[in-house]
Design a binder for this molecule. Structure first.
Ligand code: ADP
Ligand code: MG
Length: 697
């Protein structure tokens, strides 16, 4: 295995090194202009690039190519075409044109597009995103693309992300100019997503319909041992997992993914992989590929990788910490506190922009991480609460407090903090997750948005983050560009905005129930479920923000609204159906069989020993009788409420009905089934339980 990592790394990627080696000098120069300055690619250049790419891909074993894109389903899509072109003499040659590289036309009609297809041309096309490198995956050359409709609407998650990055670039450059920082020509956001996942044995997995159909367990009594011992976190890895992780790393490295950190997580069978951060659109592409590779590699080892946010009740779920910052093309991290007063003033302005953006758009951030799966985590005392607040750490908190109240800073400095004059005290880089309970934590030179779910595409949250910060920076730039005395205006703005948005800053324990009351007093939103959050999506503030930033059109927003709510209802629909089937086909028959066997032993026993009490049998049977009757009733009730939900009206009404009546009925049914499970004899169990799944890898 990984003997020579540098050689292995990126070996399946058509990166700039390969381009430079394989393209004629002039072609490479022309392509570089497209990559660096966004100049359109001429067709003769595209033809030469395509040819070189094809030759390279064939050497790597490719026979097909595909445009690789991220439709609104949240997973990636591909449609493979082979390179073969027939010749007159009955043979074929392998060909690939510039046109095929640059543009594709998948049939868009089967991808979700909300109400848009009714009003607009259904067909869409994909266009190469030359800033993301093509790669060879399993005999196919994958070309990262954006996916649009013929009327120009984005049908994917990548296009809005690129638009939001461009919006932020534009506004951040205006701010830098105000500080006389004119050398940088580009600002991009950067992201390092930490990916959590569970690994279970494939044979056990295949015996559970719920895991196969929904990705999570819909039933399962608590095992005698859970995560209470805290003996799993960072523990030594079991040999099967070690082999899995080695294979995973090798595969990720081949695709040029900077897999860096691996460790066990808090829950049994839970692990994490963190890559080194990169530019946001690449990080998003790579995270999609990472999730796909995680699942495929697991299969090679007889394992299954679960990316669901909450595979097991009673244990921690899985998230994806989205580490985020902004950086210039000269490598200056704009969220790095500087060493000089001027640099610190610039840092404080960007920091203030993030604080204001988060406070004013708590709803959008919550919406960006809303999913049926993630609703199980947020607010369940294992992940950040559904309330969006920010953690700044003691040092930065003290600095901002000093600015806000004009109070002296710390024991040493007798004076208050004057922006642009004083040097900030050292702000430690958080290397230990000091406050894991905060949804949005400053960790020294970046923010960590911790509310994202493990299966989520990070494109959505980052599109929101980039857009809301761009919008705020625009407001700041508009104000400061007009100022006659920049330093005074800057100090005034920072003080004013920090004061105004102080309520969103919370360094305390987000898991504490008192925080919920406190947050409500502060006027922070607590959007507990996806429908609660989505009810705010089309608020005029939000439509104004996204349309003015050029990120979404209102047509796109309307369709996202429908798609998100419909997807939510579809997921719950599958969960309910699976649950009802498991009750009627697995759980009840198993209980009947066991009850039958217990009754028989009692009858047989009495036949042999006329005075036998058989009270253990009769007590057990009576308990089981009560429980199976109750389970059948709960199932009937669930079925009825489910049917009512499906007929509740528009997509919001349906989603609300699921939250308000179906989910509670699912919980009730589950509770009864979970009470039956421990009463059954081992060989009567309908499917492997939590203990098997969690401790038998
Ligand atoms: P920790 O392990 O305490 O969370 P790390 O420094 O290892 O801290 O960061 C975790 C993640 O944050 C990694 O993916 C890392 O690459 C990423 N990261 C570090 N700096 C930045 C940055 N400037 N922008 C975006 N992500 C970053
Ligand atoms: Mg972290």
């Amino acid at each position: 295995m990984s003997t020579n990592v540098p050689e292995l790394f990126g070996s399946m990627v058509f990166n700039q090194k390969v381009m430079k080696e394989r393209l004629p000098k002039e072609t490479f120069k022309a392509l570089k202009k497209t990559l660096d300055d966004g100049e359109p690619l001429k067709i003769d250049v595209a033809n030469q690039v395509a040819h070189a790419m094809k030759e390279w891909a064939i050497e790597k074993g490719a026979t097909h190519f595909t445009h690789w894109f991220q439709p609104l389903t949240g997973i990636t899509a591909e449609k493979h075409d082979s390179f073969i072109t027939p010749q007159d003499d009955g043979t074929v040659i392998m060909s690939f044109s510039g046109k095929e590289l640059v543009k594709g036309e998948p049939d868009a009609s089967s991808f979700p597009s909300g109400g848009r297809r009714a009003t607009f041309e259904a067909r869409g096309y994909t266009v190469w995103d030359p800033t993301a490198y093509p790669f060879v995956k399993e005999h196919t050359l994958c070309i990262p693309t954006a996916f649009c409709s013929y009327t120009g609407e984005a049908l994917d998650k990548k296009t809005p992300l690129l638009r939001s990055m461009e919006a932020l670039n534009k506004q951040a450059l205006r701010i830098l100019k105000l500080f006389g920082n004119e050398d940088a020509t580009h600002v991009a956001t950067t992201v390092g997503p930490e990916q959590e996942y569970f690994i279970v044995d494939q044979k056990l997995y295949s015996q559970r319909k719920d895991l196969r159909m929904t990705g999570r367990t819909l039933f399962g009594a608590k095992p005698s041992k859970g995560q209470e011992m805290d003996d799993q976190y960072f523990a030594a890895l079991n040999p099967r997992i070690v082999e899995y992780m080695e294979d995973l790393n090798d595969t990720l490295w081949k695709y040029g993914i900077l897999s860096k950190t691996e460790h066990n997580e808090v829950a049994p069978a839970q692990h994490e992989m963190a890559p080194i951060f990169t530019t946001t659109n690449l990080a998003a592409d790579q995270n999609q590929l990472t999730m796909e590779v995680m699942k495929k590699v697991a299969r090679r080892h007889g394992l299954v990788c679960l990316l669901h946010e909450k595979p097991f009740a009673g244990l921690n779920g899985s998230g994806k910490h989205n580490n985020w910052s902004m950086s210039t093309n000269l490598g200056e991290n704009l969220l790095e506190p500087g060493k000089t007063p001027e640099k610190n003033a610039q840092f404080l302005l960007f920091l203030t922009a993030v604080i204001k953006a988060v406070d004013e758009n708590q709803d959008l951030l919550r919406i960006s991480v809303a999913s049926a799966g993630n609703d199980h985590r947020l607010g369940a005392n294992e992940a950040p609460p559904a309330i969006i607040s920010m953690y700044l750490g003691d040092e930065l908190y003290a600095v901002l407090e000093s600015i806000k109240d004009g109070k002296p800073l710390g024991e040493h400095g007798a004076q208050k903090m004057t922006i642009g004059v004083d040097v900030l005290p050292p702000i430690p880089k958080d290397s230990t997750d000091r406050n894991r309970t905060s949804p949005f934590a400053f960790t020294g030179n970046k923010f960590e948005f911790r509310s994202c779910g493990s299966s989520l595409s990070i494109s959505g949250p980052n599109t929101t983050l980039d857009s809301i910060v761009a919008y705020t920076l625009r407001e700041f730039a508009d104000e400061l560009e007009k100022a006659t005395d920049f330093d005074a205006a800057l100090a005034e703005l920072i003080k004013r905005e920090v004061t105004k948005h102080w309520k969103v800053i919370f360094n305390g324990n987000g898991y504490d129930s008192s925080w919920i009351d406190e947050a409500e007093k502060r006027g922070l939103l607590n959007l507990r479920t996806l429908p609660d959050a989505m009810a705010h999506y089309l608020d005029s503030k939000n439509v104004k923000l996204f349309t003015e930033m050029g990120v979404y059109t209102d047509i796109e927003m309307n369709s996202h609204y429908e798609i998100k709510l419909e997807k939510y209802a579809q997921i719950l629909n599958i969960e309910v159906q699976t649950m009802l089937e498991m009750i009627s086909k697995d759980i009840l028959p198993a209980a009947f069989k066991y009850m039958d066997s217990v009754s028989k032993t009692a009858i047989d026993l009495k036949a042999v020993v006329p005075g036998a009490k058989a009270s253990a049998q009769s007590e057990l049977l009576s308990k089981l009788d009560t429980l199976v009757n109750s389970l059948a009733e709960k199932a009937a009730k669930l079925d009825k409420l489910h049917e009512a939900a499906q007929n509740a009206g528009d997509c919001m009404k349906i989603a609300r009905a699921y939250v308000d009546s179906v989910i509670p009925a699912m919980t009730e049914a589950r509770d009864v089934a979970d009470a039956i499970e421990p009463l059954l004899g081992e060989e009567y169990k309908p499917f492997p339980g939590y203990e098997d799944l969690l401790f038998r890898v």
